[in-house]
Design a protein around this ligand. Sequence first.
Ligand SMILES: [Cu+2]
Length: 107
Amino acid sequence: MKICRAVVIAAAGIGIAVAAWADDAHTIVQNGRAFHPGDITVNRGETLDFSNQDEFIHQIYVDSPGFKYDSAEQPPGETFHIQFPDAGTFPVRCHIHPKMLLTVHVK
Ligand SMILES: [Cu+2]
């Protein structure tokens, strides 16, 4: 009986570890008309969560040869998610604030 219990506990531990790995979200905050951080490295297939913490609308776009994305207007408080499927370096910008720049390195 003690062995069974140990196995159950070990399995539960693995479950938590897997969940933590799968939930390894990368959060980018938009604040003060800038992305924070302004540079990030992620693994292929991972998702970035963009959280608009300004009091005005942002927008997010990527216009690279290997990847294009164009979001709707992003109201304050809203979080948008962008998945980066392929390796490369991708500048992320905002149509509303041209000085905003985030460089995403996907490995
Ligand atoms: Cu903006």
